[in-house]
Design a protein around this ligand. Structure first.
Ligand SMILES: Cc1ncc(COP(=O)(O)O)c(C=O)c1O
Length: 394
């Protein structure tokens, strides 16, 4: 089906300066991975996010995989994870032996809260994954207080929430780990794939480079010939006396060169998305059956623009928007406990009524940065028309 306004897989266009930064790196980067652009991207990201240690990765899932390794789960440890999130927020931890306890979201903010986390605590709780879904940063000060009270490791999945802040601190700067994505659909993308892992503990910081890059390290004794016994050493990164198997989760130099430039633009991209979200939400205020989450501060970057239909007509709305108006609205974040994979693994039970209610009635509008003012106006008029038709059908 051809849409006038598709739910595109691409979030934004590149400006000439970004394209030329890529072309320059294509000409001069040597090597094409693990070089000066990576170092600069990581340093600039630390400055931007107000953190000490940040490591580029090939995607956010790789960042989550390393965070999961560094948690060092024992069989039977529990991890609290929202059921309403993207699958990669969860499975890296389950692969490492943790058992998920699915936490419910708040119906208005669509993220987990200190209260919903508290309900999931067990004697075996070891960690929490806090997902700043749709680009809204959860109440991290309250969640960190709860985590400290119970000695829990906190992983912030800020894949969708770069640049958001609460009480003057940015998403990913609160927890033991902060995870970011530069995937094709995110507010900034490093050519389709890319990620960052922020760690708080200096001991983790010492381990991540080896964990990320095949266990490569220097020989710890002086050598007369740089090629004897080998060009470089390979060893286990060690944490708490335990050897960790390494990975190759590196991001290439071209992507890093682009990431450096994109960090100059992230605030303006986020601000523009938020401004447009306010305009769209306010223009539909006379249709309260479509319930948005309105936040006019940097706490939200409106990576996505979801709404909940409160009159049970979600599917009729999406169908008319698609067939009559050519606007491709979608439904996102099937509660993870409903997926075959999690059910087969024995993790199909959840007590998350808000997540279920939200998912079963949610609509996600196309909301890409590349959309023109005319596109947005068209989508607004289409929405008003379909909502009016649905009222008449009541
Ligand atoms: C909340 C969340 N976590 C993790 C990821 C994984 O990101 P990546 O595609 O960079 O691995 C995504 C990507 O869609 C996401 O939305």
């Amino acid at each position: 089906m051809k849409f006038i306004l598709p739910f595109s897989g691409r979030s934004h266009q590149y400006c000439e300066e970004e394209i030329s930064a890529v072309a320059t790196a294509m000409r001069d980067a040597d090597p094409l991975t693990q070089g000066k652009y990576r170092t600069e991207f990581e340093r600039k990201f630390c400055d931007y996010n107000g953190v000490e240690f940040a490591y580029t990765t090939c995607n956010a899932t790789a960042s989550l995989e390393m965070a999961a390794q560094l948690c060092q789960f024992s069989h039977g440890d529990d991890i609290i994870i929202p059921s309403h999130t993207f699958t990669a927020s969860a499975y890296p931890f389950l692969k490492k032996g943790a058992r998920p306890i699915w936490a419910d979201i708040d119906l208005t903010t669509r993220v987990i809260t200190a209260e919903s986390i508290r309900k999931c605590l067990t004697a075996r709780s070891k960690a929490i994954v806090v997902v700043h879904l749709y680009g809204f940063i959860a109440d991290m000060p309250a969640i960190m207080e709860l985590a400290r009270e119970h000695g829990l490791i906190v992983i912030e999945d800020a894949a969708q929430a770069i640049g958001t802040e609460i009480e003057g601190r940015k998403a990913g700067a609160f927890g033991d780990f902060g995870v970011f994505s530069f995937h094709s659909h995110k507010n900034i993308t490093t050519l389709g794939e890319g990620g960052m892992l922020v760690v708080k503990n200096p001991e983790y910081a010492g381990i991540v480079p080896m964990l990320r890059h095949n266990g490569h390290c220097a020989f710890d004794y002086p050598r007369e010939d740089y090629w004897i016994p080998a060009m470089g050493n390979v060893d286990f990164p060690i944490l708490n006396g335990q050897d960790l198997w390494p990975n190759n989760y590196c991001l290439g130099e071209i992507e890093c060169a682009l990431g450096i430039k994109l960090l100059d633009r992230i605030d303006s991209i986020n601000d523009k998305k938020r401004e447009r979200a306010m305009w769209f939400i306010d223009a539909l205020a006379d249709f309260p059956e479509l319930e948005f989450h309105r936040v006019d501060t940097r706490r939200h970057n409106y990576h996505l623009l979801p709404a909940r239909m409160t009159n049970g007509k979600r599917d009729a709305f999406i169908r008319k928007m698609a067939l009559q108006k050519g606007v491709q609205c979608v439904v996102q974040y099937y509660p993870l406990n409903r997926y075959d994979m999690y059910q087969k693994a024995g993790f199909g039970a959840a007590d998350c009524p808000n997540a279920d209610l939200f998912f079963d009635n949610m609509i996600s509008f196309p909301f890409h940065h590349w959309m023109s003012e005319a596109d947005l106006e068209y989508m607004l008029e289409a929405s008003r028309s379909v909502l009016t038709q649905l009222r008449l059908q009541a």
